[in-house]
Design a protein around this ligand. Structure first.
Ligand SMILES: *Cc1c(COP(=O)(O)O)cnc(C)c1O
Length: 386
């Protein structure tokens, strides 16, 4: 059976073009970029070329790009790095309540060590109100972190507007742009951000490589203490193949993004419309317009998300539950709960995320198969009345 992959928000395959440019950097051009000899300098040239490409794509300077091991490290670096660099004077951090765990967990860590964290509410579409950011800022505030778009429900946040507020208050703004870089336009100047995270494996690059953009002048501690690589901000020998691959993935995105965005938006809206027409008691989670082109997130009453997922899997369709679907309300998605989706529905959400190799016939297959699965599962539900 042909597999249909609809979980691009979890990870993407490496594009063949990306894989090809990486290959020589494992075997032939294997030098350490910090070595002064020619073998090292060939590797260094590739690293610096990738850095320039990434910088250009984001509207940044090459010196503002730090290569990391991925989105999780970049998020940890941004939060802990700015917190500890400024702790003698200030102790307050503001984040949205729907951030990825790579932001929320460092915040919980810091709370145990004397920092204060404000978790901003969101509305029913998962949107942060910039006015709430303004209200939360105190003279003690070091950093605000609001993700560019939600990996779960796809809602795109008004980062530029939040950035105008943080600039005026003299507070740093970080955004987790792991789901948006390479998919929708991202420009660090237009967005008024001081720090931005991205990850290779969410845009057809390899796993284990990411970037933290750090605006010039931002006070931040190094994340890894070591050989002084990345201008002393992140020790460790460069992941040269990963960096080269990320550079290629970004170069490809800069050419393909506009067209791809249109194509996937069409698929997305077709899925939403068709499922709404065919399935009753269905809810679309997240903002309907300010939304990632490739994200569909639904809740359907009287069916378990997990049961639906397994039935889809038997049909060869790989999707994701927005959340674990057990009787424990604590296991419902923190994102959906923050959006005040009733716990019952929050426990039963499904996410379909589309990408480069999604075809029209994949969409046909999904909207042909899912209504039947739901119907079957609901027959077994004692609560359901058609
Ligand atoms: C995937 C993801 C991360 C983590 O990135 P890794 O490279 O897997 O560590 C962080 N934030 C968001 C929004 C993500 O989707």
């Amino acid at each position: 059976m042909k597999r249909i992959y609809m979980d691009y928000a979890a990870t993407t395959p490496v594009a063949p073009e990306v894989f090809r440019v990486m290959e020589p950097y494992f075997t032939e051009i294997f030098g350490n970029p910090s070595s002064l000899h020619a073998c090292g300098q060939d590797a260094r040239k590739a690293v610096e070329a990738a850095r320039q490409g990434v910088a250009r794509f984001l509207g940044a300077y090459p010196e503002e790009i730090v290569f990391t091991s991925g989105g999780t490290e970049s998020d940890n670096f941004a939060v802990k790095g700015t917190a500890y660099a400024n702790e003698t004077k200030k102790n307050h951090i503001i984040v949205s309540s729907i951030e990825h765990h790579a932001i929320l967990e460092p915040c919980r860590f810091l709370e145990k060590r004397g920092f204060r964290v404000t978790y901003l509410p969101v509305d029913s579409t998962g949107m942060v109100d910039p006015e709430e950011v303004k209200k939360a800022i105190t003279p003690q505030t070091i950093l605000v972190s609001v993700m560019h778009a939600s990996n779960e429900v796809g809602t795109i946040q008004p980062i530029a507007e939040i950035g105008r507020i943080t600039r005026e208050a003299g507070v740093y703004l970080h955004t987790d742009a792991v789901q948006t870089v390479g998919h929708i336009p991202v420009d660090v100047r237009e967005m008024n951000v001081d720090l931005l995270s991205l990850s290779g494996h969410k845009l057809y690059g390899p796993k284990g490589i990411g970037v933290l953009y750090i605006r010039k002048g931002t006070k931040i501690l190094p994340f890894m203490h070591g050989g002084g690589q990345e201008d002393g901000r992140r020790g460790s020998t460069h992941n040269v193949p990963g960096i080269v691959g990320l550079g290629k993935a970004i170069e490809m995105a800069s050419r393909e993004m506009t067209e791809e965005r249109q194509r996937l938006t069409g698929y997305r809206d077709r899925i939403i419309k068709s499922l709404q027409n065919q399935i009753d008691h269905i809810q679309i989670n997240g903002h309907l317009q300010k939304r990632l082109p490739n994200n569909v997130n639904i809740s359907m009453a009287y069916v378990e998300g997990e049961a639906t997922l397994l039935s889809l899997d038997l049909e060869g369709i790989c999707a994701s539950t927005g959340s674990a679907c057990s009787s424990e309300s604590t296991e419902a998605s923190h994102v959906l709960l923050a959006m005040h989706i009733p716990t019952e529905e929050a426990r039963c959400s499904l996410r379909f995320s589309l990408g480069k190799w999604t075809t029209e016939s994949d969409i046909d297959r999904l909207i042909e198969v899912l209504p039947g699965i739901v119907k079957k599962l609901r027959i077994m539900s004692p609560l359901y009345k058609a």
